[in-house]
Design a protein around this ligand. Structure first.
Ligand code: DGL
Length: 273
């Protein structure tokens, strides 16, 4: 059985905040990152479109030799993961795997919250799908989940406005609205992989004592744990310590933006899905 890189997929740049932590935890493995930048953002798109785009990306990463693909995007995890796992994988190749990032995040909540009041900030797509509410209900039925969509946050990050004064208005507004819906919230999950780029501003406007949770380290730990529990898949993940970056938009633009997300320059290649 051939081994290949671990595929990491996002609609755009956000998944880099997850990749960064995964690579830190698993530096010996090979990774192939794919950002569908030409069609981002996904957060305001319909179920059908997000599913179709995500499936195209998964098929592409499989064709490039990935045996394991992580959807490092909450919107794709919310709207496409289950259908791909249940309907498409058995037909494409039942021995390959596609993992999402919602369940591993939810599984950790008991270590983070003291009172079970959870706020979920995400794209309108993720929040409206109620995927976090559904997963939390399974693992922690006594918790209260309040989701709130932040339609402006991804465009702020993608347009390099995350540090601007204008961003303060939108960040404060959404946090105030969330806290108004449930003032008892003690833990806020940043359920969009773009949001860690706004962390300075988010922490400025979150009430004292409320914990803000980014997903990178959680997903990295859960992937390490997954491969430990699935040695047959671990053996199919190649070890060369390489990270390759692919984008459906301009490679030069991706490389420039990726520097902001990763804190270092990378070179990317443009592909068509
Ligand atoms: N980064 C993606 C997520 O985690 C969403 C960005 C987008 O709207 O495309 O949900």
């Amino acid at each position: 059985m051939n081994s290949g890189p671990i595929g990491v997929f996002d609609s755009g740049y956000g998944g880099l905040t997850i990749l960064r932590d995964i690579v830190k935890s698993m530096p010996g493995y090979d990774f192939l990152y794919l950002g569908d930048n030409a069609r981002a953002p996904y957060g305001t798109r319909s179920f059908d479109i997000v599913y179709r785009f995500t499936l195209e990306a998964v098929r592409y990463l499989f064709d490039r030799g990935c045996n394991l693909v992580v959807l490092a995007c909450n919107t794709a995890s919310a709207k496409a993961l289950r259908t791909i796992q249940q309907n498409d994988l058995p037909e494409i190749d039942p021995s390959r795997r596609v993992l999402g990032i919602i369940r591993p995040t939810v599984e950790m909540l008991h270590e983070l919250t003291a009172n079970g009041h959870i706020g979920v900030l995400g794209t309108p797509g993720t929040v409206n799908s109620r995927s976090y509410n559904i997963e939390v209900e399974k693992f922690h039925p006594d918790y209260t989940v309040t989701g709130h969509g932040c339609p402006m946050w991804v465009p702020l990050v993608e347009n390099r406005e995350a540090a601007s004064g204008g961003a303060d208005y939108f960040v404060k507004q959404e946090i105030d609205r969330l806290m108004m819906e449930d003032p008892e919230i003690d833990t806020i999950v940043l359920a969009c992989t773009h949001y860690p780029l706004l962390i300075d501003k988010i922490e400025r406007y979150v009430p004292a004592g409320v914990r803000v949770v980014s997903q990178g380290a959680i997903i990295a730990d859960s992937l390490v744990d997954y491969l430990r529990r699935h040695p047959e898949m671990d053996a199919r993940c190649s070890r060369g310590g390489t990270v390759e970056y692919l984008t459906t938009e301009s490679a030069a633009k991706f490389s420039e933006m990726a520097t902001i997300f990763l804190g270092r320059a990378v070179s990317a290649a443009q592909i068509t899905l």
